[in-house]
Design a protein around this ligand. Structure first.
Ligand SMILES: CC(=O)SCCNC(=O)CCNC(=O)[C@H](O)C(C)(C)COP(=O)(O)OP(=O)(O)OC[C@H]1O[C@@H](n2cnc3c(N)ncnc32)[C@H](O)[C@@H]1OP(=O)(O)O
Ligand SMILES: O=C(O)CCC(=O)C(=O)O
Ligand SMILES: [Zn+2]
Length: 401
């Protein structure tokens, strides 16, 4: 052992645990205590390369999302196929607490089919960037606005909730989209949405656009962010998510990562509203359905999300978990793991493991066995069983000597 043989400090077990070990990172500027989740696993998620959801799977996922507590569940356009239409009807009739939305083109035919499917709300979308106006639908801003107002007026007559969104908002002309949003807001939509369809926006750009839009519309503002450049966790009043972030290309804001963010930013609201302990089961359900593994570094549920390895970390974590954790795993029904299996393990971690195993040793003895673990760990990777046996046989030798 080197370095800290003499500075053992106070043993973690001798100190009173702090009353509130986890402290929120306060965001005094934003109003984060009333956001809502538009969960799009069954829409954006169906655009994920591997996705095939049969009706039974969709129903299971919809029920799991509902039980988790999401506010809205967004479904694929019922015009996509006969089964998409039937599935919209089936899920709309489940009597879930979450409102059921479908996502359609800002187009009268799509809007009528959405109403026939019996959804609670319709998410209208149309591309507004030069790229999409030229290469997708070919419509001018004037035609877009005229069509939008007609479709909105029809949907109002059908008493459904209406969201109007531009696709590729961040590459659209800001003046163009602001005047379009102003018009649809005046027409009475419930929300407008902005979408970073290609995942190129920065947090600063997002802040600027949402702030400017907030000055122009009175309705709620929904955000939809793609993760092409790893910047998808953000939002305004309503945030689009999908389980594990599945979606077109490499997807959108992952529900779990967003929950991780919000449990820090708005802890009371988030914990009281969402059944965070169901996150892991929900992610496992969707991962199995689309035949993927949960990434090792997934926020909250990645296998090492709460694993502490380096000796300096382990000591402090054992004394007070908030030293190296911004999230309490218990909130998600999970537990932390302190590794003692490597050459970077420290004696404090080993002492804690020995205590867990009921092996009583002096500090000097723990340091001695730690040196043995390190010796072995320099030769090959160790598993927990290996280090436990080293501890047990060392302890046995002590008793026999
Ligand atoms: C960024 C996003 O993720 S937006 C959501 C993407 N979701 C989907 O695409 C849902 C699944 N899509 C589908 O099932 C099909 O594309 C359908 C049913 C919507 C349309 O299918 P098709 O009629 O075969 O058209 P296709 O998919 O080849 O092309 C899209 C058509 O929609 C038009 N379009 C695209 N956006 C809009 C819009 N907002 N309003 C009106 N028309 C639009 C395009 O111009 C094109 O029309 P065209 O047939 O005259 O060329
Ligand atoms: O409807 C929206 O707001 C977003 C549509 C979409 O999936 C996207 O633009 O990436
Ligand atoms: Zn998208």
């Amino acid at each position: 052992m080197c370095g800290n043989e003499e500075s053992t400090g106070t043993a973690p077990s001798q100190r009173a645990p702090p009353a509130t070990p986890y402290q929120a990172v306060q965001d005094y500027i934003s109003n984060v205590n009333s956001y809502k989740i538009i969960e799009s696993t069954l829409r954006e998620g169906e655009q994920f390369a591997n996705s095939f959801f049969d009706t039974e799977t969709k129903v299971k996922i919809a029920k799991a999302l509902d039980s988790f507590g999401v506010d809205y569940i967004e479904l694929t356009n019922p015009c996509s196929s006969e089964q998409s239409f039937q599935d919209c009807k089936t899920i709309s009739n489940l009597g879930l607490k979450a409102k059921i939305l479908t996502h359609v083109r800002c187009h009268m035919g799509d809007a009528k089919r959405a109403v026939e499917a019996g959804v609670d709300g319709v998410d209208l979308v149309i591309g507004t960037s030069q790229y999409l106006r030229e290469y997708s639908h070919g419509k001018s801003m004037e035609v877009i606005q005229k069509t939008a107002l007609e479709v909105i007026s029809y949907l109002q007559s059908q008493n459904v909730e209406i969201r109007f969104s531009s696709e590729d908002s961040f590459r659209s002309d800001l003046v163009d989209i602001l005047s379009l949003y102003k018009a649809v807001d005046r027409a009475g939509v419930h929300r407008v949405g902005i979408a970073d369809t290609v995942g190129g926006a920065t947090p600063r750009m997002t802040y600027d656009v949402v702030r400017t839009l907030r000055g122009v519309v009175g309705c709620d503002i929904e955000c939809h962010f793609h993760d092409d450049t790893g910047c998808s966790v953000a939002g305004a009043t309503h945030v689009d998510t999908s389980v594990l972030g599945i979606g077109e290309r490499n997807g959108i804001t992952p529900l779990g990562a967003f929950m991780a963010r919000m449990v820090v930013t708005a802890p009371e609201y988030t914990k009281s509203k969402y059944n965070l302990k169901e996150l892991k089961a929900l992610e496992t359900l969707v991962a199995d359905a689309v035949e993927i593994n949960i990434p090792f570094n997934n926020p909250v549920t990645g296998f090492c999300a709460f694993t502490h390895k380096a000796g300096i970390h382990a000591k402090a974590i054992l004394a007070n978990p908030s030293t190296y954790e911004i999230l309490d795993p218990e909130i998600f029904g999970l537990s932390r793991y302190v590794s003692i299996n490597s050459r970077i393990t420290g004696w404090n971690a080993v002492r804690s493991r020995a205590e867990q195993l009921g092996l009583s040793m002096t500090d000097e003895q723990v340091k001695e066995v730690t040196a043995k673990i390190k010796q072995m760990a320099d030769i090959r990777p160790l598993a927990i069983d290996d280090t436990d046996s080293i501890l047990r046989s060392f302890h046995l030798e002590l008793q026999q000597s």
